[in-house]
Design a protein around this ligand. Structure first.
Ligand code: X2X
Length: 339
């Protein structure tokens, strides 16, 4: 059958129209229903941001594009102190923050950072995924923030210096050390008769470079990814504190999300936390050789003299009084008697 040119064009246009109208609507890149900001203070190369990027992609996929979680690493939206204000006001919807810095708002949140308390990762996760973590999340909820169930890992903190290794508590006397903005950090180094300077992380590298401070303390994964080895000479494996990051949500922003979206997001955020923990523990266990290759000189001091000095200075008794008997009892269940 020979179709006239007119018939073909008519048929073609009808077919085309049918194809467009009848075919399932091919979604343009669907505009997200919820575009939320997640801020953190770590370098893009830190496992936290690698896992966060995976997490954001998984959330977008499982919500069919309804949620676009935008990641702002490296204190891009402001210092920790600024960003804590923003997550409280809703300027950002999510923020990962050390409980020790959060303690400026939620005092109990620093309890996992009590000096020389946790001996190893087994005791850390038993506490933070158990009774102590639940207690702290309950306290955080009273500040109108939501903390996801799984805390992210920062690691056991080590002491770096441009002037000398730290072998004994006496080496900390007069030591000009940067500490994050947190009453517990300041209190601990004052108990060692050091000279602690409270500085947000985004100013640490320059403070070390200009010798405003001699040293700082952080897990090896941070010393490496923030390139602190470029401005430090010694690294003393003091293991003086375990520190983590609560994945915090602004309550109003979190509750604006439909329940099914919240369930999907919480699942992927907590799964990312558990993968990040594995990454960080591996990094912290294997980085010493790499950092020594970059010039850092390592030593491993005994912990007992430091713990004895804190006890003699009344540090543990002071913080037992600040946290209260209930919280302190939960901590000692995990780490043994401290006072
Ligand atoms: O500020 C620090 O030292 C850091 C990056 O470890 C924290 O966020 C607590």
């Amino acid at each position: 059958m020979i179709l006239s040119r007119r018939r073909l064009l008519t048929a073609g246009s009808t077919a085309f129209a049918g194809a467009v109208i009848g075919a399932p609507f091919v979604a343009r890149a669907q505009q997200a229903e919820f575009t939320y900001k997640y801020a953190n203070n770590l370098p893009e190369t830190h496992p936290m941001n690698a896992r966060a990027r995976e997490m954001a992609a998984a959330i977008k996929a499982e919500t069919n594009g309804r949620v676009d979680l935008q990641i702002f690493p490296n204190s891009q939206l402001g210092s920790d102190t600024d960003t804590l204000s923003q997550v409280r006001s809703g300027g950002v919807e999510f923020f990962t923050l050390s409980g020790l810095i959060l303690s400026t708002l939620v005092p109990a949140a620093s309890i996992n950072g009590v000096g020389f308390a946790f001996p190893d990762y087994d005791s850390v996760w038993k506490a933070m995924d158990g009774e102590l973590g639940a207690y702290v999340r309950g306290q955080i909820a009273k500040a109108n923030l939501v903390a996801m169930d799984k805390i992210w890992d920062n690691g056991f903190r080590q002491t770096t210096s441009s002037t000398k290794p730290i072998n004994t508590p006496d080496d900390l006397k007069g030591f000009k050390i940067r500490v994050p903005v947190s009453p517990l950090w300041t209190s601990m180094y004052k108990a060692f008769d050091s000279a602690p300077a409270s500085i947000n992380f985004n100013e640490v590298y320059s403070s070390l470079q200009t010798k405003v401070v001699e040293g700082q303390e952080n897990p090896l994964a941070i010393v490496s990814t923030a390139k602190l080895y470029e401005v430090q000479k010694y690294c003393s494996l003091t293991n003086h504190m375990w520190d983590g990051f609560w994945f915090l949500a602004n309550r109003r922003a979190w509750e604006r999300l439909p329940q099914d979206v919240r369930t999907i997001m919480a699942k992927h955020i907590n799964a990312a936390a558990e993968k990040e923990r594995e990454d960080v523990a591996k990094l912290n266990a294997n980085l010493q050789q790499e950092l020594a290759g970059k010039g850092l000189i390592f030593n491993r001091p005994e912990a007992a003299p430091f713990r004895d000095k804190l006890r003699q200075a009344g540090f543990y008794a002071e913080w037992k009084g600040k946290y209260g008997d209930e919280a302190w009892a939960i901590l000692e269940k995990s780490v043994g008697k401290l006072v």
